[in-house]
Design a protein around this ligand. Structure first.
Ligand code: RUQ
Length: 651
């Protein structure tokens, strides 16, 4: 009997389930029809959609290009999570509007000049044994040759260093396998000193180089005193990668303009791009950074330029630490594979990708087997003897990112607007997918680390053309998400980016990132130390020291304490504001009207603002972040009186 009931029950349940799934099926079909989606579209949608509250599997940190910022989004949903302000003021976060963040921005002053933008190109994640450890992010500013450090505990920029020699960098930031150094290579050669030399003096006085910024992981800071630069000829150094595994200790930087061409179209010379690409080959620079770091410790090996240690070319050569290998003309990306044996150089003006074998390179170096020297005395290795092989990929090969399976790499073809999946060991092409349009960098998940994850790939495209609703002549940028989990690559999603050109992106498993949701009470988030103005609830007060007013304030739902601040016209004002909330996401913002002041105060943070109260009047201040039902009531008055005036308000 029991059995019979059970059978009946399962039959009914089965029918119900079937009916339900038929109903769901037809709803599904209806939606597809209404929205004009193909089956393939629907599958792509299911692969990227994240239901509310569900988190992504990967973080992507993309450069914000001309915005001077870093963009953070999740994969596979492609939902934008944050803009980290780096080289550029950003009002929402108060970056560049409060005293502490201004100090960081002003670390980036170049020769005493305030710079308020940056051209961010290459984000790099900190590594331990070549694997991303989720602690720090570094990014370069090509325009002003700067490197910034972002602390991923708080997603805040914590340091900017200015290259003391270079006038522009492109090959940065790249890290060595244990983040001992952050590599920054010069792009457009110029005198390393800040002096004038005419173009005619190019070969003699203009130089390139690679700077090795010493990084202290404990402190989370670059140590400029322990950093140094390898001087290089004025070939335009381009992208760089540090060796790992068997090539750990070595670095690889490619270049264009082995011609040493200096342009001068106005004097009737061929234009720069033509003069720069006359020869069939350029140079891959190969250097032993561990040896260079040792050399830099001894004063007799370095010259000091602008207070910074420089290892001259001849010292590096004499110590067997610097070599050149020809590479097919005007290459672009250089990428070391996960175990460090193979180095893939992209053929920007050549249809071939070149795969160099580090073992073969080392063999020639050990045997001192050189084919000659360049005009700066640097030994040149044989191209053929250094190659594992070459493979014709297509037109405009720019960058490479490694897949999970051994030997698999994905490469971008700018001119052909494609991503190619191929095998760099067996030199075989597996698949191609079309990109919209003209892809620059690409990033397979953790694809530049020693532990690539495959699964998804981002194409960072240079053009969007017709992909989005038109918004005038300046189009958004387009990052495309591609499924690389199967044999065939499949385009899933387009993310419009209205911020600046995301040149390169670095991705990492979300499980490796552990950001805080609040600061220890009274923290200065730019130093991660207790702020001198830390103020707890009940400790609010105002003190006058001469003509300097110090205000120790707190913010908590739904009041600002103090609520009235009266100062004399001309007083200097320092205001410390502590958000004494412990609740997650209860950020308060603070502004005083007419004073170009805005700070964001996260739970536990103390922010400092400094200004002169130089205009008389009454200025409401308020919380700029809607934080509670009584948010509008969260305000106060800043009053500036002229001490010489008699205010008779009673009649
Ligand atoms: S890039 S144009 Cu292909 Cu890395 Cu800066």
């Amino acid at each position: 009997m029991k059995k019979y009931v059970w059978l009946m029950y399962s039959m009914i349940a089965g029918w119900l389930f079937l009916a339900q799934s038929i109903e769901a099926q037809s709803k599904f079909q209806d939606v597809m029809q209404q929205r004009g989606l193909s089956e393939q579209d629907a599958i792509a949608a299911l692969k990227v959609y994240q239901p509310s509250g569900k988190h992504d599997e990967y973080y992507v940190f993309a450069s914000g290009g001309q915005s001077g910022q870093v963009l953070v989004y999740g994969v596979p949903s492609m939902r934008i999570l944050k803009y980290i302000s780096v080289f550029t003021p950003e009002p929402w976060q108060g970056y560049g509007f409060d005293t502490d963040s201004k100090e960081i921005l002003r670390e980036g002053n170049v020769r005493g000049r305030e710079i308020n933008w940056g051209d961010t190109h290459h984000p790099a994640l900190s590594e331990t044994n070549g694997v991303y450890d989720g602690q720090y992010l570094f990014i370069n500013d090509k325009a002003n040759a700067r490197i910034a450090v972002i602390n991923l505990k708080y997603f805040e920029t914590s340091q900017i260093v200015v290259n003391p020699l270079f006038k522009s960098d492109h090959g940065g930031a790249f890290v060595t396998p244990n983040t001992e150094y952050i590599l920054e290579s010069c792009q457009y050669a110029a005198p390393l000193t800040n002096d004038y030399y005419p173009m005619e003096a190019y070969q003699d006085t203009y130089r390139g180089g690679v700077t090795f910024w010493k990084f202290d992981k404990e402190k989370g800071r670059i140590l400029p005193e322990e950093s140094f630069t390898l001087e290089l000829p004025p070939y335009m150094q381009d992208l760089t990668d540090a060796g790992k595994g068997i090539s750990d200790g070595w670095g690889f930087t490619n270049s264009f303009n082995s011609e040493l061409y200096t342009g001068g179209i106005e004097k009737g010379f061929p234009p720069f791009e033509a003069g720069c690409s006359r020869s069939d080959t350029d140079y891959l620079h190969v250097y032993n950074w561990k040896k260079l770091a040792e050399l830099a410790k001894d004063a007799k090996n370095v010259k000091i330029i602008n207070n910074h240690k420089v290892i001259p070319i001849d010292v590096a050569v004499k110590n067997n630490a610097l070599f050149l290998i020809p590479e097919n003309k005007s290459p672009h990306g250089v990428d070391v594979n996960p175990n460090g044996q193979y180095i893939i150089v992209s053929g920007k003006l050549d249809t071939h990708a070149s795969v160099y074998d580090f073992k073969k390179i080392l063999q020639q170096i050990d045997n001192k087997e050189f084919v000659g020297k360049d005009s700066y005395g640097i030994p040149i290795l044989d191209l053929k003897k250094s190659l594992h092989g070459q493979l014709e990929l297509g037109l405009g090969h720019l960058h490479n990112s490694f897949g999970k399976e051994d030997g698999i790499v994905y490469s971008s073809l700018y001119v052909d607007s494609q991503i190619v999946k191929w095998d760099y060991k067996n030199l075989k092409i597996y698949d191609r997918v079309n990109i919209h349009y003209n892809v620059g960098h690409l990033e397979a998940m953790e694809g530049k680390s020693a532990d690539p994850q495959g699964k998804y790939l981002i194409a960072l495209n240079k053009l969007a053309i017709d992909r989005f609703l038109p918004v005038g002549p300046l189009h958004p940028q387009n990052n495309q998400l591609i499924d690389i989990g199967d044999k065939k690559m499949e385009l899933l999603y387009d993310l419009p980016i209205p911020l600046g050109e995301p040149h390169q992106a670095a991705s990492i498993r979300a499980s490796k990132i552990h950001p805080e949701v609040r600061y220890p009470m009274g923290t200065n988030p730019k130093t991660n130390q207790p702020h001198i103005g830390k103020t707890l609830a009940g400790e609010e007060h105002i003190v006058r020291k001469g003509d300097h007013m110090y205000i120790y304030a707190t913010m908590v739902r739904s009041h600002i304490n103090p609520e009235h601040i009266t100062v004399n016209k001309g007083d200097k004002v320092t205001m410390y504001i502590t958000n004494v909330e412990r609740a997650e996401d209860e950020t308060h913002g603070f502004t005083i009207d007419h004073h170009d002041i805005h700070v964001s105060v996260e739970p536990g943070e103390t922010a400092q603002i400094d200004f002169v109260a130089d205009i008389e009047g009454v200025f409401p201040y308020y919380c700029t972040e809607f934080c509670s039902a009584l948010h509008l009531e969260m305000m106060g008055y800043f009053l500036v009186k002229d001490p010489k005036k008699d205010y008779d308000w009673s009649q």
